[in-house]
Design a protein around this ligand. Structure first.
Ligand SMILES: Cc1ncc(COP(=O)(O)O)c(C=O)c1O
Length: 413
């Protein structure tokens, strides 16, 4: 069979809907600056779909720092990978500041968060080592695990008992073949908003010999007394052996970092293929990240405001009778019941008639019949935004329950 023919016959679980969804449900084009009110198809909408947690994306000092750095350095500098010709004082300064921010000895900057995780997993374990990981891990963790040539055991999502069971199996195997164990989980799971059970997993170190790798993409900057992440929030940052943060969310930038003991970070610097064989982050971005971390350090009120909005949104939704699962982070999933056609009609109604833009999650990401509207509060949303949204959600869920979205195809595009 011809490869292209095969691909044309099977576009993948999301791609198969591309014709109807492209430009509206998928690949929508948001217009204007990154803030709670952005354009969509020429009209202003209240936006709850961006991980701009601390509101830094459009902060005047951030915009100025980015513009100044771009004017001074351009985006080419430095050319090459860090190891060969792409290092700079700015990169090293940012690494030092990030280490202090997440309370680890040392940090390596990475050009993309996703690649960083895939490549770090690949680099840390060998064929005799065993990986134990959470079943609902992000795609980048799953891809990293796929690269692993040794054995892996998956534990039920956030289930510490099952994690222990898998650690027992992993320990037997690792001992038999002279390998080590790496446990991987997340600080905050991006779909459900649940924090990973880091403290409980770290407790298991008393019984088992393993190292813990935590993807804290959603936790860095948002969780903990100073934004140091979910380990800080749970009082167990020291028990996280390898800590990952991305710049793609609360930092409102691009890139990522891994922090750990100095020896381990040095090992990563000299062995992580995605960083050795790829261009380093432009200095302009690094300078932008330095400005962001300065603002995070000096303005705890951004995080406090994020939590004020988060708590108002989550409490208000619950009071209005909504099911928001087990979130204990800003990520706010609103669960409803309905078919995929109902979900698409509902989203169109929400966008076109209530001017609210949020992401929708349906089967196959969640079970059939479940619709999740995922809201990401930020420090720059207002209480009016919260109250308006809860009010509109009450209206649309009333329509959903009455069968309104079943009966007609709401056309908007
Ligand atoms: C949990 C998690 N890990 C890793 C990543 C990848 O990070 P990046 O966008 O920096 O590549 C994401 C998404 O951005 C994420 O949500």
């Amino acid at each position: 069979m011809d490869l292209f023919e095969k691909i044309k016959a099977n576009r993948g679980p999301i791609g198969m809907h591309a014709k109807e969804s492209h430009g509206y449900f998928t690949f929508p084009k948001l217009e204007g600056d990154v803030k709670p009110r952005m354009g969509f198809r020429g009209k202003e909408r209240l936006n709850w779909s961006l991980n701009n947690y601390l509101g830094l994306a459009n902060h005047p000092e951030v915009r100025k720092a980015d513009a100044d750095a771009a004017a001074q350095y351009g985006f080419a500098l430095p050319m090459g990978a860090r190891m060969m010709s792409g290092n700079s004082d700015a990169h090293e300064q940012l690494e030092a500041e990030l280490s202090a921010f997440v309370n680890k000895q040392e940090t390596i900057l990475c050009n993309f968060g996703y690649q960083a995780i895939v490549s770090a997993i690949d680099c840390l374990v060998g064929r005799h080592d065993v990986i134990v990981y959470d079943a609902e891990s992000h795609a980048c963790i799953l891809d990293g695990v796929r690269l692993h040539m040794g054995k892996r055991y998956v534990f039920k999502h956030n289930d510490v008992e099952d994690c222990e069971k898998q650690l027992e199996r992993a320990t037997k195997l690792a001992e038999a073949q002279g390998g080590c164990i790496l446990v991987i989980t997340e600080g905050v799971f991006g779909m459900s908003g649940r924090q990973g059970k880091l403290k409980e997993i770290i407790e298991l170190k008393k019984k088992f010999n393993f190292r813990l790798f935590v993807d804290d993409a959603h936790g860095v900057g948002t969780m903990g007394a100073t934004g140091g992440g979910t380990g800080q929030e749970q009082g167990c940052q020291d028990g996280i052996d390898i800590y990952f943060g991305t710049f793609a969310k609360s930092f409102a930038l691009i890139g990522g970092f891994i922090s750990s003991e100095s020896d381990i970070v040095e090992y990563l610097r000299y062995n992580m293929r995605s960083q050795i064989f790829a261009k380093s982050l432009p200095i302009a971005l690094v300078k932008g990240a330095l400005k962001r971390i300065e603002l995070m350090r000096n303005h705890p009120e951004y995080r406090e405001n994020l939590w004020k909005i988060t708590n108002a949104l989550q409490d208000g939704l619950k009071k209005a009778g909504f099911e928001i699962g087990l979130t204990n982070s800003p990520v706010t999933p609103v669960l409803m019941n309905g078919s995929i056609p109902e979900a698409t009609n509902l989203i169109v109604d929400l966008r076109e008639n209530y001017n609210i833009f949020c992401s929708m999650v349906v089967y196959p990401v969640v079970p059939k019949g479940v619709i999740i509207l995922r809201l990401i509060p930020t420090a720059v949303h207002t209480m009016e935004d919260v109250n308006y949204t809860i009010d509109c959600f009450s209206k649309i869920v009333g329509k959903l329950k009455s069968g309104h979205y079943m009966s007609e195809k709401i056309a908007a595009h």
